[in-house]
Ligand binder design. Sequence first.
Ligand code: SAM
Length: 288
Amino acid sequence: MPVECISWLDPKPGQVFVDGTLGGGGHTRMLAEKVGNQGQIISFDRDAIPIERAEETLKGLPVAVVQSNFTEIPSVLDQMGIQHVDGVLLDLGLSSDQLEDRERGFSFESDGPLDLRFDPTEGEAASEILGYLPEKLLADLIFNNGEERLSRRIARKICERRKTEPIETACQLAQLVISCYPRVRGKRNQIHPATRTFQALRIAVNQELSSLEKALKVLPGILKPGGRLAIISFHSLEDRPVKEAFRDDPRLKPLTKKPARPTDNEVAENPRSRSAKLRVAERVEIEQ
Ligand SMILES: C[S@@+](CC[C@H](N)C(=O)[O-])C[C@H]1O[C@@H](n2cnc3c(N)ncnc32)[C@H](O)[C@@H]1O
């Protein structure tokens, strides 16, 4: 939903925006072209690869890139001498480049290491967690972060399997999850059986939900009155806290009553966008 998202943020020449999730840089580029050389975009990503790429691909545009969690946006802006901005965008989850990177385990077919971290220098890889987490905690993690109804069966199978061989690749884990599902023939348009388990592990190793919760608390504070916060989420565990924060935070007024959804054309072009939801809120002036 890049066009819709940019139109909600409504960037004008000379304004300053933050893109908290740089990824392939598509949104950053669109914002930068709108604010022009008098304006500035400060773009964040936890992953070093998009940051390095952007230095090349966004050359000549008024963009500064920072490798950091978006929870750190206020302190980084403070160090740059910027107190308030005209808008902030978070496009949550993982990028197409990460999905295609066979060394990081984001895609089910990959036979590279099952890592799943946005920043592989921080925390533990998913394969490490699968090696030691007790069965009950593993089942809770898969259920709570993945809303996977077969979580207990999958956790049991993981614990049985690791007694004889470690689960080290995405492909191994995907095959194991598939074996927990009953065979259903002829059902089309269903998500891959391993989707929820991978989502659960990715959320856990990156602490995605606590990052989002923290961002929702601190980001309204850096918006100018009238400044906008746009968040694109991909599942209900992300969309729910966004909806609640936009409704309950007295500094914000929600602009999207219902989340904006991608058009049929967008979904046809990029099937991963089918679950995307965009919500936008505006910073209001609070009387002292
Ligand atoms: C869906 S992609 C963004 C795509 C981007 N809007 C574009 O136009 O190409 C999400 C990106 O956010 C990054 N990311 C996820 N959580 C993050 C966090 N807490 N802080 C900073 N970056 C994060 C991921 O590494 C990934 O590159």
